[in-house]
Design a protein around this ligand. Structure first.
Ligand SMILES: Cc1ncc(COP(=O)(O)O)c(C=O)c1O
Length: 370
């Protein structure tokens, strides 16, 4: 007996490859610079105070009960943190889930979703899973956004959702705020009728945000995450928008989507914005130091970045450079086979020691200072 999966699974799903993070078999990298995480665990510098608070908060959690389905306490804290009202905030199981909720809320036959590409892959994967038509509009050669061309593509595709990763992943580029505003204007029902999602996953490293403009643009949705500021393990994403938008998206949310332990951990860390800011400032300094060093190396082009990672394009095939780094214990992300990203690798900023290890490994791989 067997089941004919081709008759059961939707063709869009059958055609996909599961998202997995590739670490080649047998590789045990010393330095992990592949996933845009923060190198700083919260406990490292918040030390005993945070560890104590976290232990107390976790001890208080009633694990035999479902968590608060409305995530009230945490949402109140998030709202305060972001300077919006609690009814403008949704908490999610990572911002991946917020992306999925947005897609679910607009999904329907023939519906289009647009984004400049290359960008964060989950916009496209999530769209495909739901049978949505993903329209990827190529960025310029230097990965900048040609706003005229993009708006023209939006007028033609008429999407219901537009995703702008701001700064963009994997390129690190922060588009001009005026370009984002032009897109918000276009999508406000005149040229195009769409929610514009400004995904601010890396905002702490860019120092710019569209949050103050939420009142101005009813079609603006902002995504945030704690994953890039030291809490990737708890999976907490945040969606902020006008209350009317949040009310609709909330209808597709699973009732207990953020578990009690994650809610408790997030509450503690959100009470320490100064630690997040200090870590972010350190990472930005390191980013500029590492970029300057890589910029001096022949055979590699480093793209400027406003995030906690940067993209390089190597003269040698990207796969070779990736493997050379891995042999020296450094894991970065190989994008060299992805569309628009030939010979490109993405490198997350780590601690100073990790970054030095990366720099000397790259020097070795490129054949200088061996
Ligand atoms: C632009 C962007 N948005 C969202 C995410 C997903 O973040 P989370 O860990 O909150 O699901 C990422 C992760 O790499 C990202 O780069």
């Amino acid at each position: 007996m067997s089941v004919d999966l081709t008759a059961v699974i939707r063709p869009e799903v059958a055609a996909l490859r599961a998202y997995h993070v590739e670490i080649p078999p047998g590789a045990t990298p010393r330095v992990k610079l592949d996933a845009n995480e923060s190198p700083f665990a919260p406990g490292d510098s918040m030390r005993a105070e945070l560890a104590g608070e976290l232990a107390m908060a976790l001890a208080d959690v009633e694990l035999h009960r479902y968590p608060d389905p409305e995530v009230r306490e945490l949402r109140g804290l998030l709202a305060q943190n972001l300077g919006v009202r609690p009814e403008q905030v949704l908490a999610s199981n990572g911002s991946d889930e917020a992306i999925q909720m947005l897609l679910l809320a607009v999904a329907g036959p023939g519906v289009a979703v647009a984004a400049p590409v290359p960008t964060f892959v989950m916009y496209e994967i999530g769209s495909r899973i739901l049978g949505l038509r993903f329209v990827g509009v190529p960025l310029s050669d230097g990965f900048d956004l040609d706003v005229e061309g993009f708006c023209q593509a939006l007028r033609a595709a008429r999407p219901r959702l537009v995703f702008l990763a701001w700064p963009n992943n994997p390129t690190g580029r922060l588009y001009e705020a005026a370009a984002v505003e032009a897109i918000l204007h276009l999508c406000d029902g005149e040229g195009c009728n769409a929610l514009v999602v400004v995904d601010e996953a890396y905002t702490h490293y860019a120092g710019q945000t569209f949050l103050p403009r939420l009142g101005q643009y009813p079609n603006l949705v902002i995504l945030r995450t704690l994953s890039k500021i030291g809490l990737a393990g708890i999976r907490l994403g945040i969606l902020a928008a006008g209350a009317a938008v949040v009310e609709q998206i909330n209808k597709v949310r699973q009732p207990y989507n953020v578990n009690a332990l994650s809610q408790a951990a997030a509450r503690v860390v959100l009470r320490h914005p100064e630690v997040v800011a200090r870590h972010a400032a350190g990472i930005v300094r390191e980013r500029e130091r590492v970029l300057a060093r890589v910029g001096e190396m022949p055979g590699v082009l480093a793209y400027p970045s406003q995030a906690n990672f940067f993209l390089i394009r190597t003269a040698r095939p990207g796969g070779e450079v990736f493997r050379g780094l891995l042999e020296r214990g450094i894991l970065v992300r190989d994008f060299s086979r992805a569309p628009h990203l030939e010979k490109c690798l993405r490198v997350t900023i780590g601690t100073r020691e990790e970054n030095d290890a990366f720099l000397s490994a790259l020097t070795g791989v490129l054949g200088h200072g061996r």
